[in-house]
Every structure is written in C-alpha cells, then in structure tokens.
Design a protein around this ligand. Sequence first.
Ligand SMILES: Cc1cc2nc3c(=O)[nH]c(=O)nc-3n(C[C@H](O)[C@H](O)[C@H](O)COP(=O)(O)O)c2cc1C
Length: 364
Amino acid sequence: MRTTIGKNIKVSIWGGSHEPAIGVDIAGLPRGTQIDMKELAAFLKRRAPGSSPLATGRKEPDLPLPVKGLTLTDQAVVTEDIISLEIKNTDTRSADYVKLRSVPRPGHADFTACIRYGDSLNMAGGGPFSARMTAPLCIAGGIAMQLLKKQGIEIGAHIYSVAEAQDIPFNPVNVSPELLTSLKEKDMAVISEDAKIEMTKKILAAKKCNDSVGGIVEVCSLDVPAGIGGAMYDGLESVLAPIFFGIPAVKGVEFGAGFKACQMYGSENNDPFYFDSNDVRTRTNNHGGILGGITTGMPLIVRLAFKPTPSIGIEQDSVDLDKKENTKLIIRGRHDPCVVVRAVPIVEAALALGILDSIMEVQK
Ligand SMILES: Cc1cc2nc3c(=O)[nH]c(=O)nc-3n(C[C@H](O)[C@H](O)[C@H](O)COP(=O)(O)O)c2cc1C
C-alpha cells in the first residue's frame, strides 16, 4: 500500500510492518541536493525501537538505504527527480497477529481495515497502519530538517506530558536553539528531570498492569521567516494538520494556546506587536507563530495529543468476525506501553516536511 502527501515536496510512503521492506519515494528535491546519510541514520535511530523498557521489544536497526535517484556516498547527492530509500524489516513475528485477522483489537485499525480492504491486506504487525510506517516518514522529514537547518531553521520537540505527569512547557516567546539540541541528545526528550522520573513511573506502572498510557508531544520551530503560508488551505496549519494526523495514534493538534484560547478574552489572547530593532515581534505568543495561516516570525509551537497504545495485555471484549459471535481477546506480542516516547522525532519530521513544503511554495 502507498500513501502520499505534499505539494512541492511530494512524499510517498509504501510497504507494511511485516513486509520485507518499507520505504519512501520523494519528489521535488532539486538535483544536486546533498543529504548527510550519517546524520539521517542518527535521526532515524532516535525513533527506532531499541532496548528501552519504555518501548516495544521489537529490535530494528532502521538503516535508510538509498534505492534510486541518489549517490551511494556518505554525502549523498540527489541525481534524479524522484529519489527512493528503503528500510528492511528484520524482526517480524507474524504469528503474534494470526488471531487478530478475525478478532480485531479494540482501539486499533484491524476492524476498519478489514471492512475497507478485506483479506487483500497483510495486517500482520498492524500492516500499513503500524507505527513502523513512520520510519519512512522520518527519512523524508530528516532530509527536510537538514535542508531547513541550512536555511537557519531549527526544529525540536519534547514530551510535554504522559498521563497526568507534565514537563515544563516551551517558553512560547523564547526557546533557545541549545535547548532543542540538548533534547535530541537525551534518551527521553524531557526538559525537567523530575518530570522524566514521574513519566517513567507512569509508563512502567501501566506496563506492569499490561495497560498503556497516552501523552502529548510539544514541537517548536525557530527562525521560520515571517510570510510563509497562505489563505485557507494554503495556510501553514492546513498544510501541517494532515501530516500530523497521518501519524498513528494522533487524536488532537493544537497550535499556540490552542484549546486554552477558548477560555480567554480577546484582550488576553491577542498578542501585542512591538518593534525589536527592525523586526516586528509579539510580546506573547498565543498564536503559536501563525496568523491567518501565515508565519509571523515568532517561534512555531504545536502540541500533538497521542492516545494510549491500543494493544494491551488486559482481557478485552471483541468480536469473532468469522464465527459472528462476541468473544474475549488477550493481545500478546511486543508493544510500546506509551507511544509518545518514540513519537518525538516523528513529530519533528512531520513539522519539517510541512514547513519545507510551504517555504518551497513561497520561493516558486
Ligand atoms: C511511535 C508509535 C508507536 C506505536 N506503537 C504501537 C504499538 O506498539 N502497539 C499498538 O497497538 N499501537 C501502536 N501505535 C499506535 C497505532 O499504530 C495506532 O493506534 C493504530 O494504527 C490505529 O490508528 P489510530 O490510533 O490513529 O486510530 C504506535 C504509534 C506511534 C506513533
């Protein structure tokens, strides 16, 4: 199966969780564009399942392999209009998923995928609905981050919350590039060490009970120039929302003050303008760096809400679609007890793709 997003930089993700490989075709990168493959591999490693007790036990090196359209060098060069990269799936255990073909997991895509595609789809490991499909997204987004960095644009994210445990939010008017860099170097992208301890407790407690928890990822982009985006469906929020909602388990997206703005007066929510030398800035940043779909030059701040991992080991009610009867389901297999821990670089990748696409639109 293949799914495509983007206007100026077109990203087409293909494969499935237990297929031999997953990958991405990217159209729109100018020939001659350089991609630092070591930096890209390091970026993908931040998303890859590893040995952390906070993540799935599936072990995948997630090495991006050039297939077409770029040179096989550490500093790869784009040589064709469409480039293609893939990742081999090496650690599949499809037997864990046999029963789920007829008994769908509550909260997962098994039931709806069966209605939509029937038996034609290999749903082992969640098939094309699996979070594995975010690895190719991270290839495209990791490349976008490299290109944005060359234009002085930094992107970084942290775990804002896990269940009720909360990190220190980004300061909406003043996020330092050093903070964004330091978050990328942590095993768990959390600003406050106390919050990290609380979050870890929440995740391990849920895991111990064969349950799962959800959370929020907050992402920021610095130094996006003012004037990127457009009206209505050309607006940056409109460009970003579908990329964000393509990430499995995302149930809400908030720009700036988001839902909290509904509880404010206009006089509180409006961000007053002022001149900082020759630059127009705002004293507060409830608008999250976007007004009317167009960037203001203030930090871009977005929060994504992730639901708890649907695959849990507690007995649940389901249905047997073959026997047409109610049944009980206990899910075995390897699952993330909380998806936000690995979602941080995925969210960065998604933001990078949307910003790059919108910048390319303005530069046309
Ligand atoms: C990083 C990440 C890891 C995930 N890991 C799992 C997992 O181990 N088990 C699971 O059932 N769902 C996991 N999910 C969520 C499912 O893929 C997702 O809930 C499912 O495809 C249904 O889609 P929906 O929640 O968007 O409706 C993960 C999501 C992300 C972003």
